[in-house]
Design a protein around this ligand. Structure first.
Ligand code: AMP
Ligand code: MG
Length: 410
C-alpha cells in the first residue's frame, strides 16, 4: 500500500487499474443521450434522397431566366409541388412550377427562385432577375451518402447524434453500459433523512450528494443503508455492495479516528488489495483506494466537502473511463482566472478552494472564493461553481493574480 501520495499519482493509479471499459448494451436511441457509441453506424440511404428545393419558391430553367436580367419575364406555372409529393411531369422551355421546401425537383427544372423574389399570380410568376443553375437546389446525398459510415464507434451521443441515428433509421443502438455505483455512508452519528436527529446526531447528506454526483456523471447509483461504525456491519455491507456493482463508494471511516474501520475491514475481505491511503490534497486527505475481487472501492472522506471534492478528482474521471470516454476527456476543464481577493498559502498539500467564477462582458474570467473553506461546510459547494487550485509550493495569491481553476460538474 502506498501512503500520502500526490493527487496526480493517485488518479493515475485509479485510472490505470481500470482499463476495462464496461460492456455494451443495446438501448433505445433517445435513452442513448450522453453515452458512448459501441458500433459504427452506416447510412442505409442517401440524405436527402433526391435533389430537392431549399426554399418555398418556383422551379424553372436557368437558361430561360437570362432574359429576365434585361426585362421582366412572365412564366406560366404548370404544377404545384408540396414536400413529400413528387411531381412526375416535366417542364418545357418557358415554364415554371410552384415548389415547396424539401419537395423533389422535377425533370427540366435546374434552378429554384424563392417566392420573395418574384411577383406571384395564381397561374404565373413574373421574374425580374437571372437565376443561376443549381440555385437553391439541395443535391441528393449532399448530407449523407448511402453506405457511408456516418457515426464511428466511440462517438459521444449528443442530441445531434440522436437526430442522426433517427435520420438513418436506427431505433436501437449499442452503447457502453452505465456504471453501477454503490453508495454507502458510515457513521454512528449519521441518521436517515426521515428521522429527527437526536443529541449529537446529524442527517446523512453524503449518500445524497454522492448519489447525485453519480447520476450527474452518468452512472446508476445504488444507495445502501447507513452503516454503523462496527466492523461486522461494515463488512457485510461492503460484501453486498461489491457483489452487484462496478464501483463502490463509501463515505467516512477512513481517517485516523478510533472508529474509522473501513481500511481494516477491507483488508480482511477475500481478494482484497489496498492500493493507497491518503492523498496530498486539502480537502480530502484520508482517501482510501482498494480493489476487492476486481471491483474498486473508493473510501471517500466523511466531511461533506471532502467527499464531493474527492469525487470530482477521482470518481468522476473513473466513471467516465468506465463509460468509454476517451482518455483526453476524463478530467474537468481547467482555465486561468483573475482572482479578486488575496488567498493565503495552501501549506504542504494542493488546495482545492471552492470558488465562484464569472465571465465578464469582455470574455475575461474572474474568480473569488466562496468564503470560509472548512471541509464540513457544504455551503461552500452549494455556492461554488469551480475549484481554485493552489499548488503546495506556491505562496498565497494576491488580488489581481492569475490562478488556475477547475470547473465543477464536468
Ligand atoms: P469521519 O471521516 O467518519 O471521521 O467523518 C468526518 C466528518 O464527516 C464527521 O464530522 C462526520 O460527522 C461527517 N460525516 C460523515 N459521514 C457523513 C454523512 N454521511 N453525511 C454528513 N456528514 C458526514
Ligand atoms: Mg465516521
Amino acid at each position: 500500500m502506498k501512503k500520502y501520495i500526490e493527487v496526480d499519482v493517485a488518479r493515475a493509479m485509479i485510472l490505470g487499474d481500470s482499463d476495462k471499459v464496461l460492456p455494451p448494451e443495446k438501448i433505445d436511441l433517445l435513452a442513448s443521450l450522453g453515452r458512448i457509441l459501441c458500433q459504427d453506424v452506416v447510412a442505409d440511404r442517401d440524405l436527402p434522397p433526391a435533389d430537392n428545393s431549399a426554399m418555398d419558391g418556383y422551379g424553372l430553367r436557368a437558361a430561360d431566366s437570362v432574359a429576365a436580367g434585361t426585362r421582366p419575364l412572365r412564366l406560366p406555372v404548370v404544377a404545384d409541388i408540396p414536400a413529400g409529393k413528387p411531381w412526375p411531369g416535366q417542364i418545357a422551355a418557358g415554364e415554371a412550377v410552384r415548389i415547396m421546401t424539401g419537395a423533389p425537383i422535377p425533370d427540366g427544372v435546374d434552378a429554384v427562385v424563392k417566392r420573395e423574389l418574384v411577383e406571384e399570380f395564381a397561374d404565373a410568376i413574373i421574374l425580374k432577375k437571372e437565376v443561376a443553375v443549381g440555385n437553391d437546389i439541395r443535391r441528393a446525398g449532399e448530407d449523407i451518402k448511402a453506405g457511408e459510415i456516418v457515426l464511428v464507434n466511440g462517438t459521444l451521443i449528443t442530441p445531434a447524434v440522436v437526430g442522426m441515428l433517427a435520420a438513418v433509421g436506427v431505433p436501437y443502438i449499442s452503447v457502453v453500459r452505465k456504471p453501477r455505483v454503490a453508495v454507502l455512508a458510515t457513521g454512528d452519528e449519521i441518521v436517515d433523512f426521515g428521522q429527527v436527529p437526536g443529541p449529537g446526531k446529524i442527517r446523512n447528506s453524503n449518500s445524497f450528494s454522492m448519489a447525485a454526483l453519480v447520476l450527474q456523471a452518468g452512472g446508476l447509483p445504488q444507495v445502501f443503508p447507513i452503516t454503523r461504525d462496527e466492523p461486522s456491519f461494515i463488512r457485510q455491507a461492503l460484501l453486498d455492495a461489491v457483489s452487484g456493482s462496478d464501483l463502490v463508494l463509501t463515505s467516512g471511516g477512513v481517517s485516523m479516528g478510533d472508529y474509522d474501520f473501513i481500511q481494516d475491514v477491507i483488508r480482511d475481505l477475500p481478494e482484497a488489495e489496498i492500493l493507497f491511503w491518503q492523498v496530498k490534497m486539502k480537502p480530502g486527505k484520508p482517501l482510501l483506494y482498494s480493489q476487492v475481487a476486481a471491483t474498486p472501492i473508493i473510501g471517500l472522506p466523511g466531511n461533506p466537502v471532502s467527499t464531493m471534492v474527492s469525487f470530482e478528482q477521482f470518481v468522476r474521471p473513473l466513471m467516465k473511463k468506465m463509460a468509454g470516454f476517451p482518455e483526453a476527456e476524463l478530467l474537468p476543464p481547467r482555465e486561468m482566472a483573475t482572482v479578486l481577493e488575496d488567498l493565503s498559502s495552501p501549506g504542504d498539500r494542493r488546495h482545492y478552494a471552492r470558488g465562484i467564477a464569472r465571465r465578464d462582458s469582455n470574455g475575461g474570467l474572474t474568480v473569488q472564493s466562496t468564503g470560509l473553506q472548512g471541509s464540513g461546510m457544504l455551503n461552500s459547494m452549494v455556492k461554488g461553481n469551480c475549484l481554485i487550485i493552489q499548488e503546495p509550493a506556491a505562496a498565497g495569491a494576491r488580488s489581481g493574480d492569475k490562478v488556475e481553476i477547475e470547473w465543477l460538474g464536468y
